[in-house]
Design a protein around this ligand. Structure first.
Ligand SMILES: C[S@@+](CC[C@H](N)C(=O)[O-])C[C@H]1O[C@@H](n2cnc3c(N)ncnc32)[C@H](O)[C@@H]1O
Ligand code: SF4
Length: 370
């Protein structure tokens, strides 16, 4: 289950997630009322779960920790009541390092959360400033320490590379400081210029210049080197984990096109070959639920060929690779060429990206889709 929490203290210029600052939302969609509104959706969705216990819950955003910890715990309790949680459920929340305290972390841990993912992005002040991040990098080790003291078994950090003005040394510093936190898991994403964001306007006006792809590729290679040396192995293109148990089971479920319910404004669900998504604005979402209506906006049935393309796109990204049986006849005939060009290896009837292939994964996927 994915639970979306659409609030942030400020909007980072590069981000196009469905999230709002306090000024942007009026009556009917306040932070104070959000947990009860979302619980309304959880309760009405419960019967569709068919009694299958929830194996992973991921609170994302936005910044879930903008809500009082007690509200997050109540929402998790509602998931348990309405769907049932598996005995070994993984429960993650995303968090900004500035939005947690020892008390809030203790409440979350006691309430059943066992994994936390901090949005660190960079350790370098001028890079954080370009990203319009507000947290003080000096607070990050403290937030991670508090999470450990509260008993969080799994701590992850998110990093971004390829920010305009970020040198290779800056990126090395961010990686070294991330590793020094002793995380179980690291996600490192190349900065994407999302159309419609303030950051995209700056790029268009020439106020900031994006690095070229070769420089970004070198940063990926540096990340893989340093993370691997620190005992964190890649298991998905942008994700490294201390061991198999430290992989994010929730994201692995997405990459295997498994079933999930999405709760909250704009959240997507994918259950038994159907995909649907909720109305995007928190006020419209709250209004639907207040009138005892469904917040669903639209949906689609996923046909076999779409499911196959999605499977190829997602599973190729994984270290565990893609079963050759997932490929069509023409695509299978192209696998040899990919092997010759050093982009993939084949073993046990599965295809896996090489390090070079990981840099060119989108191109590989294009050749695998008939
Ligand atoms: C919902 S945010 C994480 C939680 C929290 N709000 C935060 O930012 O710390 C999920 C992650 O997406 C990544 N992200 C957001 N916008 C991105 C972009 N334009 N390019 C690359 N990564 C992005 C960031 O690394 C961020 O940590
Ligand atoms: S990156 Fe995180 S903190 Fe920044 S606007 Fe997006 S969701 Fe909010």
């Amino acid at each position: 289950m994915y639970v979306h929490v659409p609030f942030c203290s400020v909007r980072c210029g590069y981000c196009d997630f469905n999230t709002y600052t306090a000024d942007e939302l009026g009556e009917g969609a306040t932070r104070a009322s959000y947990a009860d509104t979302a619980i309304g959706e959880i309760v009405r969705s419960g019967p569709a779960g068919g009694g299958r216990p929830v194996e992973t819950v991921f609170f994302g955003g936005g910044t879930p920790t903008q809500l009082p910890a007690g509200d997050l715990v109540r929402m998790l309790g509602a998931v348990d009541d309405a769907f049932g949680l598996a005995a070994d459920v993984e429960v993650t929340t995303e968090a900004n390092p500035d939005s947690v305290t020892p008390q809030s972390l203790a409440t979350l841990r006691a309430g059943g959360f066992n994994r936390i993912s901090f949005g660190v992005q960079s350790a370098v002040p001028h890079v954080l400033a370009t990203l319009e991040r507000t947290h003080d990098p000096a607070n990050v080790p403290q937030a991670v320490r508090w999470a450990r003291e509260a008993g969080f078994e799994q701590v992850s950090v998110d990093l971004i590379y390829g920010t305009p003005g970020e040198s290779m040394d800056d990126w090395r510093t961010s990686l070294e400081q991330a590793v020094a936190l002793g995380p179980d898991h690291v996600s490192a994403y190349a900065l994407i210029v999302e159309q419609g964001t303030a950051f995209a306007r700056k790029v268009r006006r020439g106020e900031v210049v994006m690095p070229d792809d070769d420089e970004t590729a070198d940063k990926y290679l540096l990340a893989d080197d340093l993370l691997t040396a620190a005992g964190l192995g890649w298991y998905e293109l942008s994700n490294w984990a201390r061991d198999d148990a430290a992989q994010c089971r929730h994201n692995v479920l997405y990459w295997h096109s498994d079933d999930w319910f999405g709760i909250g404004p704009g959240a997507h669900s994918h259950v038994a070959g159907e995909r649907w998504w909720n109305v995007k604005h928190p006020a419209a979402y709250a209004q639907r639920l207040a009138q005892d209506g469904s917040p669903r906006h639209d949906g689609e049935t996923i046909d076999t060929s779409t499911a196959q393309v999605e499977r190829i796109m997602l599973e190729t990204r994984l270290r565990s690779g893609l079963a050759l049986s997932a490929l069509g006849q023409d695509a299978r005939s192209r696998v040899g060429g990919l092997v010759e060009r050093g982009l993939v290896t084949v073993g046990d009837d599965r295809l896996t990206l090489t390090l070079t292939g990981r840099l060119l994964a989108d191109a590989v996927v294009r050749e695998l889709v008939d």
